[in-house]
Design a protein around this ligand. Structure first.
Ligand code: FMN
Ligand code: EPS
Length: 366
């Protein structure tokens, strides 16, 4: 399917549907000599897999990954790495009505318009389940980034009206609650809100924040392939993401230049620094060495159980009660997907960086 390949130097091609036999990814361009095991990948898949929380789809999948190629004696060989995850808990009868009509907010209508034929089971290729493959590939990209000291941390910034309090931020808390919120109190409030929403057979949205540290300055490209543009493509490619801002983002529109500029200064050791980071670590499409900070807005899950107005393919207006086991909130499970897509983008750009300067090419080749 056109549109399923991402990246230039570190390239991934994902495949598979939600109710098909399996999903997977082929990664081309991964350098040889990186130690890699299924456990390395499984850690991230376990953060995304469904059926683990009262705020996730109850569909239970173990999402066990198998490495099919590209790794020998525990190390990457430089040849294509193929990863597979089998689907084991599909319930396709939930979708028999959806074969004949269109869920509001999901991709049923648009896929029919494009292809004239669709795998309606679980949303087919448009399902959030496709992100399993991205997370698997992203785990390898993160391993490479770790060798360069690059760290990626995403978390839930807000759910519905509940936002974290920056003063209460604890990184370890992201892994301690079902909502991936780094503030325990906010997580409790958000959980109460979600229980209310679930009772009304409705769903909620929220915001994911991502912070990248350790990325050197000078990574990115000008004009059409600006680093922020490519991260935008990566993050907007995740189902349900409806907004994205870097640094001060939309709030910069209300500021003056004086307020929004990041003033430069040399520190006591003579290193260039900035007094603020309104730019969010990217200027002119190139990293400035400061943390890359962005926020992605995730819409409320469209497949809610409440009866909705829609149409069928026979030209009738109908009322639809969507079946299926859906996430009442997508945000917590998408946090690791945001990390994966960020890692895939950054690895690609780090590799590209070598080609932008003769001294780096010489260093790499001579
Ligand atoms: C991790 C993840 C889980 C998702 N779970 C659901 C779900 O259970 N039900 C649903 O209707 N949409 C879910 N989505 C969102 C749909 O896949 C998405 O809304 C749909 O493909 C339409 O695309 P769009 O919202 O980007 O326009 C999920 C997305 C992700 C990334
Ligand atoms: C299975 C996953 O999420 C699925 C994403 C999804 C959708 O419409 O995006 C709809 C649901 O599918 P089903 O009705 O088949 O259970 C979710 O469970 C997953 O993310 O692994």
């Amino acid at each position: 399917m056109a549109g399923s390949i991402f990246g230039k130097h570190f390239q991934i091609s994902t495949w598979g549907e939600s109710h098909g036999k399996a999903l997977g990814v082929v990664i081309d361009g991964c350098p040889a000599g990186i130690s890699l095991s299924e456990e390395d990948i499984q850690k991230d898949l376990d953060r995304r897999k469904p059926g683990q929380s009262p705020f996730s789809t109850p569909r239970k999948e173990s999402d066990k990954v198998e490495i099919l190629s590209g790794v020998f004696e525990g190390k990457t060989t430089g040849t294509p790495i193929s990863l597979i995850v089998y689907n084991t808990n599909q319930r396709s009868y939930d979708y028999s009505e959806i074969a004949k009509c269109y869920r509001p907010g999901h991709a049923d209508f648009t896929y029919d318009e494009k292809y004239g034929f669709r795998d309606y089971r679980g949303g087919g290729r448009s399902s959030g389940r496709e992100t399993t493959a991205r997370v698997a590939a992203g785990a390898i990209a993160k391993k490479i980034l770790a060798e360069f000291g690059v760290d990626i941390m995403a978390y839930t910034l807000s759910i519905g009206p509940v936002s974290i309090d920056a003063a209460k931020f604890k990184r370890e808390e992201i892994f301690n609650n079902f909502l991936a919120m780094p503030d325990q109190e906010a997580a409790e409030k958000a959980a109460a809100y979600l229980h209310e929403i679930k009772e009304k057979e409705d769903s909620a949205g929220g915001i994911i924040e991502c912070v990248v540290t350790g990325l050197p300055s000078g990574v990115g490209e000008p004009v059409f392939e600006k680093l922020d543009a490519m991260l935008g493509k990566a993050i907007f490619s995740i189902g349900a993401v409806k907004g994205l801002e870097f640094g001060s983002g939309f709030s910069s529109a209300q500021k003056t230049g004086w307020e929004n500029n990041d003033f430069f200064q040399y520190d006591e050791e003579g290193h260039l620094t900035k007094l603020t980071n309104h730019a969010g670590g990217i200027v002119g499409g190139i990293s400035d060495g400061f943390p890359i900070v962005f926020r992605a807005a995730v819409k409320p899950t469209s497949s809610i159980h409440r009866v909705q107005k829609t149409v069928n393919k026979e030209g009738q207006n109908i009322e639809l009660q969507v079946e299926g086991r859906h996430d009442p909130i997508i945000v917590p499970r998408a946090v690791i997907v945001v990390e994966a897509m960020t890692a895939l983008t950054l690895v690609d750009y780090l590799f590209e960086r070598i080609f932008s300067r003769i001294d780096l090419i010489k260093k790499a080749l001579l």
